[in-house]
Structures are given as structure tokens and as C-alpha cells.
Ligand binder design. Sequence first.
Ligand SMILES: NC(=O)c1ccc[n+]([C@@H]2O[C@H](COP(=O)([O-])OP(=O)(O)OC[C@H]3O[C@@H](n4cnc5c(N)ncnc54)[C@H](OP(=O)(O)O)[C@@H]3O)[C@@H](O)[C@H]2O)c1
Length: 317
Amino acid sequence: MNWGFIGFGRIARKFLESLQAVDGEMAYAFASRSNAESLQKEFPNVKVYDNYDALLSDEQVEIVYISTTHNFHKEHTIAALKAGKHVVCEKPMGINSREIEAMQHVAKETGKFLMEAMWMRFLPAYREALKRAKSGEIGKIKHITASFGFRSIDKLTRDGRLLNPDLAGGALFDVGVYPLTIAADLFGWQPESFDAHAQVGETGFDETMIMQLSYENNCTAQLSASIVFNSNKEACIYGEEGFIRMPLFWKCQEFEVIKGEEVEKVELPFISTGYAHEIIEARECINHGEKESNLFTLEESLASARLVEQILSTVLK
Ligand SMILES: NC(=O)c1ccc[n+]([C@@H]2O[C@H](COP(=O)([O-])OP(=O)(O)OC[C@H]3O[C@@H](n4cnc5c(N)ncnc54)[C@H](OP(=O)(O)O)[C@@H]3O)[C@@H](O)[C@H]2O)c1
């Protein structure tokens, strides 16, 4: 397929590397409002537009990858769907549930494929770890911990993406969606109750979010997200008879299954920069006439947005 990129920042470069590693998929056009001229010099074989409408009017573009900042995802996704393109949109797909509902509605109306780029879900090691956890080999699952904290100095200015009041900043949107998703993979999207504590910065965003959640069958999760410190960045799934440890769980390439003193190490590297798996999934779905992926459905995007919304409403007044 011919891919068009809406926005071309940090993640677009990594996504591009993965796209180039997938046979048959082609980076056909980029649209960047801030950087078109230098992109055209850097990528002479790619069409580069200085506005998004021009890319969406290009009939050769079949599928659009949206990696603008979160606050623009809804507008750009809807415009791309209405222009007749399939869409893969970066996480979080929207900044509240109403936005996701609007995107779902337009996807249905246009009959085009739409998927949130929750890349973790498509990774072989992540899927295998979850399969092993659910197989019963560590016993009944009771608890999960997952922590994603990182500090990116250049983004931590008032204008930087993570703290800018106009760009939907904050830790939960940026990295907290990964711990919430792995917990949902085990216990579902709707906890029976939760307790969230945030450190809110000067621009009004959650710089650190600590969450404790209770689910049915006496299961619990302890999750954290931060954009101001580096955490151990791992997830552990605890069963009654052992646990699974997943270092760098959102970009999982290896994990350990630990039972008593026995440690089994499993390695399943991803292709290229890891985004190849979501690209392959989108292609397979489109080739089979699917309008969404079974591996991360639009209902899940909506459930995720609802949970984020509920959590934020308790900590940001
Ligand atoms: N899946 C992953 O692993 C992953 C990793 C990082 C980020 N993400 C997601 O990808 C999205 C982009 O993240 P990023 O780190 O790539 O962001 P970024 O480099 O800061 O910005 C991406 C693009 O957004 C537009 N943009 C940035 N600041 C803007 C502003 N003040 N006003 C208008 N447009 C602005 C620009 O588009 P133009 O090029 O048109 O100027 C820019 O190239 C976010 O939603 C993030 O959650 C996903």
C-alpha cells in the first residue's frame, strides 16, 4: 500500500524505519506543516507536502499514518477517513471518549479501516507472555504491576509536547496508557474501583500518575506513569504459582517465567523498530476487508479512553 504520513516528528521517523522493513509497503508521501522543505531534501524519492489537505487529496495515498500530537488525532483521523483513506492513528487515539465515538462513527460511515497504533499489543513477545500468563502455568492470575516512567528533557518545557497546555500533555496520555492496557489484557477494561494519585505540574498536567485498581475475583493492579523520572519500566504478572517478568513491557522482546527458583527466559525479538507488527496487522486486515483489527478493536480504544477520562477526572480538577 502507499502510505501517507500526517505530521512528521520523532515517532514518524521510527515508524518509517519499520515501514521500510515490511515488503510491499511504501512510504509514498509525507505532510509536515513545520518541516516540509528539509524533509523533501532528506527524502528526495518521497512526495512531501507542506499541508495535510494536499496529502489527503492525493489519490495515490491509500492509507494514512497519523502522528501529530494527541489533541489533533480526532481532526486528522476524521479528515483522512472522509478523504477515503484507511487510517492508523497514534496512541492515544483521542483525548476523551466523545472523540473516539466520533472517529468510530466516521469510520463506519466511510467503510474505511481504522486502528489505534497501540503497538505493544501486536508484538510477538508481548502476545506470547500474555498467552503464557493466561494458560494457567503460573496459576490463577491475581495481581499485576506495571511502570512506565521516563524523563525527556527537551519535551519538558512549557512549549514541549508533554507539558504544553494546548497539546494535551501529561503522563497518563503519553505513557500511562501502556500500563492500563496490559492490566486490561488480564482483567478487563473496567475495574470495580480505583484510586489514583497525581503530581500535577505548573501547566496543569499529571507529571506522575500512581494508580491502584481492583477488579472482580479479587484481582488487583498497581500501575504508574511518569514523564519526569525514569522508572524500572517493567511489568510483572503475578499468579498463585509463579510470575512473569516483562522488562520494557511496552516494547517487549523478552520475558521470564519464574516459578520458585526456576527461571525460564524467552526471547522473541520484534522486526526493525517494532512498529512493523502493527503495519503487518493493518495490511492483513485491509486485505481481508476488515474495518478494524481484532487485536485492538475500536471498542477497546473507546474503553481505554473512558478509563483514562475517569482517572483524570479524579486527579485534575
Ligand atoms: N507508539 C509509540 O511508541 C509512540 C512513541 C512516541 C509518541 N507516540 C505518539 O505519537 C504522537 C506524536 O508524538 P511525537 O513524539 O512524534 O511528537 P512530536 O515529534 O513532538 O510532534 C509530532 C508532530 O506533531 C505536530 N506538532 C508538534 N507540536 C505542534 C504544535 N505545537 N502545533 C501544531 N502541531 C504540532 C508536528 O507536525 P508537522 O510535522 O506537521 O509540523 C510534529 O511533527 C503522540 O500522540 C504520541 O503519543 C507514540
